[in-house]
Ligand binder design. Structure first.
Ligand SMILES: Cc1cc2nc3c(=O)[nH]c(=O)nc-3n(C[C@H](O)[C@H](O)[C@H](O)COP(=O)(O)O)c2cc1C
Length: 383
């Protein structure tokens, strides 16, 4: 579709809110989750029923956004949120990828069709309340009904591999604990963390507030001081076992204090942008269903990402010792997921517990609207 020149750019009119219900639908859509809260989307409003989503990815600056897949999952989550939110306003969202849009800046054209008979999706009520919970959760196992509802949320073409019971949780905790050492001692990861942590904050519009990590105040203070420079990080890690306390609090305890870990598996190995976008849509249905059931969730994506780097023999760090240490961890993840490893699109822990008190919030809609022809990922990107 190439219809950009004739678009009426409502967003260009300073201070004018988009027409309803488009304004309310976009206002909800922005609450979709994204890796590191990057919100890799901008909206171009065309008329009262049409808009375009301009996506971007962060692969060039974020070691976790391998081939842009993290951003593509996030975009999928956001498109699913548009579809769900639309039903609450008697609309059906027709979403098409613009065929000539590049992989790193994909564009999706959305038409909101009036559908007076459409039933409002009950998941719409969870769009704003769903949030990542990084603190310890209840250790009670998920009930059969909960698991059934979550499995139904990702059907068809996707299944859930549950890692439940003490042996599996123990194995996951060991993996996450060891994996955290890589994250916390790797220069490339340090650069990302430095950029995306909002220190001293309970809420953050475009980053992750430090209070959402669940660290005790002393460890948090120390981490903030240490992370001000790479030399401090190196010194602390080398001489003072600097990663120990954060790893216990960020990874070891939460990995055990949950109901289960799980992997979302695609029926076939995902390859294309649209495979990851579709996976992201299912991730969001799963996560919203969890919120609806009052279950909390925290993604645990880095072992999966590092394992793929290694499988494809791609060096993700200059530090040889980290590459060496990553290899046995990839094998450990392989033994947890079995033949599902290459089909896994999302890994997380889940359990009953209160919603997070500290969380990422979102950029206001005005900042997410863009003019025609401006490039998301350049001057419009907020980092
Ligand atoms: C694809 C993807 C990967 C993510 N990976 C992680 C992760 O490895 N660890 C984590 O704590 N949160 C992870 N998150 C959660 C995001 O940081 C979170 O969704 C974002 O900061 C927005 O916050 P909210 O979900 O509370 O609204 C991930 C989210 C997405 C969509």
């Amino acid at each position: 579709m190439t219809m950009i020149a004739s678009h009426i750019v409502v967003s260009g009119e300073a201070g004018t809110a988009p027409p309803e219900p488009l304004n309310s639908i976009l206002d909800l859509a922005r609450w979709a989750p994204s890796g590191d809260n990057t919100q890799p989307w901008r909206f171009e409003i065309i008329n009262e029923n049409r808009f375009a989503v301009h996506g971007f990815d962060t692969r060039s600056e974020c070691v976790y956004d391998l081939d842009g897949h993290g951003s593509q999952l996030s975009l999928g989550a956001m498109l699913e949120t548009i579809a769900i939110a639309s039903t609450a306003y008697g609309r059906e969202a027709d979403i098409q990828r613009r065929s000539d849009s590049p992989e790193q800046n994909p564009v999706f054209d959305v038409l909101l069709r009036p559908a007076p008979a459409i039933a409002a999706d009950p998941l719409a009520a969870s769009i704003q309340t769903r949030s990542v919970q990084r603190r310890p959760l209840s250790m009670r196992a998920l009930t059969r009904e909960e698991k059934r509802a979550l499995e139904a949320a990702v059907k068809p073409d996707f299944t859930v591999l549950w890692l439940e019971g003490w042996p599996a949780k123990w194995a996951a905790a060991r993996l996450m604990f060891a994996n955290a050492k890589l994250r916390l001692t790797m220069r490339e990861a340090y650069e990302v963390h430095r950029r995306i942590i909002d220190w001293g904050k309970r809420f953050s519009e475009d980053k992750i507030p430090d209070q959402s990590f669940g660290l005790d105040p002393l460890t948090l203070m120390l981490m903030r001081w240490v992370m001000a420079s790479w030399n401090r990080v190196k010194f602390f890690n080398t001489f003072l076992a600097g990663t120990l306390s954060p790893r216990i609090q960020l990874d070891w305890v939460p990995s055990l204090a949950c109901g289960a870990h799980f992997a979302l598996l695609a029926d076939r190995v995902p390859e294309t942008l649209m495979d990851y976008v579709e996976a992201g849509r299912r991730v969001q249905r799963f996560w919203l269903t969890a919120d609806h059931l009052r279950l909390q969730l925290q993604p645990e994506m880095t072992p999966l990402i590092f394992a793929r780097y290694l499988r494809e023999e791609r060096h993700f760090t200059q530090q040889e010792e980290i590459l060496k240490a990553a290899s046995p961890l990839a094998a450990r993840l392989g033994s947890l997921l079995g033949e599902g490893l290459e089909r896994a699109v999302f890994i997380a822990r889940i359990g009953a517990g209160p919603r997070a008190q500290s969380r990422s919030v979102r950029l206001p809609l005005q900042k997410l609207e863009q003019q025609v022809n401006s490039q998301p990922g350049s001057e419009n990107r907020v980092k």
